[in-house]
Design a protein around this ligand. Structure first.
Ligand code: PGA
Length: 258
C-alpha cells in the first residue's frame, strides 16, 4: 500500500484574513505540485472560508485547526464540524496546545474524531508525550492511551482517513527548544503502528499515514522524512514563511527521489 506523503502547515493563531490570503497566493505561486505529495495548510477559522474560494485544491488543501463535536446547538463561541463540511478537507484534533491550554481530554478528542468523520473531514490526530512522561519512561504508554481512546471506535473504512501526527510536546517550538532525534521518532512511529495493528490489524496499520511534528524546518525535515514509516510532517513556526514551507515540500520531494 502506497501512502502519499503529507506536508501540513499549522498556521496556529497567526495571519488575519488578508494576510492568510496573501500567504496562500504566494505559496501557490512558489510551490511546484508533486503528485506524490499532499500539501495542506491550516489557517485560522475566520480565514478558512474565504480561502476555500481562492484555493486550488488540486495543489493545496485546507485543514481546520479545531471544531466542536456537536453539529449544532447552544454552544456559544463554537464552530461545528458540520459548518466546515465542504470547506476543509482535514482537521487537526488533539493538538498539544489544545490539550494543555484548553484542557481537551481524550474523551473529547474521541468525539471530535467521530464528528469530523461524520462530516467527511479527515482527522489529523496529534499524539505525544510531555517531558516528564518521557523522563519517567511512560512515553509509549501515553501515546498508546491517546491512540486507543481516540481511535478504537472506528470502522476500518474510517481508519483509512486518519492521519496521525507524532508530536512530542517537548519538541514543539511553543513549549521548548529540544530537538527530537530521528532514532527516537522512529521508535515512536513504530509504536504507533504497533498499536494500530493491535486495534485494527496489519493491513489498516500499513494504510494509515503517520507523520512527525515538532520544530520541523527546511534544514532538518529530510532527517525525519528519511525515517522508514514516516509519511510527512506537521510544521508550525517554520510554515509561517511561505518560502521556508516551500523548501520543506521540496525537501520532501528530494528525499523521495533519493
Ligand atoms: P512547531 O509546531 O513546528 O513550531 O514546533 C508544530 C506544531 O505545533 O504542530
Amino acid at each position: 500500500m502506497i501512502r502519499k506523503k503529507f506536508i501540513a502547515a499549522n498556521l496556529k493563531m497567526h495571519f488575519d484574513v488578508a494576510e492568510a490570503s496573501t500567504y496562500l497566493h504566494n505559496l501557490s505561486k512558489t510551490l511546484t505540485s508533486h503528485r506524490e505529495i499532499e500539501v495542506v495548510i491550516a489557517p485560522s477559522l475566520v480565514a478558512i472560508q474565504p480561502l476555500s474560494r481562492e484555493i486550488d485544491v488540486r495543489k493545496i488543501k485546507l485543514a481546520a485547526q479545531n471544531a466542536y463535536f456537536e453539529d449544532e446547538g447552544a454552544y456559544t463561541g463554537e464552530v461545528s464540524f458540520s459548518m466546515l463540511k465542504g470547506i476543509a478537507s482535514y482537521v487537526i484534533i488533539g493538538h498539544s496546545e489544545r490539550r494543555i491550554y484548553f484542557h481537551e481530554e481524550n474523551d473529547v478528542i474521541a468525539k471530535k474524531v467521530k464528528a469530523a468523520l461524520r462530516n467527511r473531514m479527515s482527522p489529523i490526530l496529534c499524539v505525544g508525550e510531555n517531558i516528564t512522561e518521557r523522563r519517567d519512561g511512560h512515553a509509549k504508554r501515553v501515546i498508546n492511551d491517546q491512540i486507543t481512546s481516540a481511535l478504537s471506535h472506528l470502522t476500518e473504512e474510517e481508519m483509512h482517513n486518519i492521519v496521525i501526527a507524532y508530536e512530542p510536546v517537548w519538541a514543539i517550538s511553543t513549549f521548548g527548544n529540544e530537538q527530537a532525534m530521528p532514532d527516537d521518532v522512529e521508535k515512536m512511529i513504530n509504536e504507533i503502528r504497533k498499536q494500530i495493528t493491535y486495534l485494527y490489524g496489519e493491513k489498516v496499520a500499513e494504510s494509515v499515514r503517520v507523520i512527525y511534528g515538532g520544530s520541523v524546518k527546511a534544514d532538518n525535515v529530510a532527517s525525519y522524512l528519511a525515517i522508514p514509516g514516516c509519511d510527512g510532517a506537521l510544521v508550525g513556526g517554520a510554515s509561517l514563511n511561505y518560502l521556508e514551507f516551500n523548501k520543506i515540500v521540496q525537501s520532501c520531494f528530494n528525499v523521495m527521489q533519493s
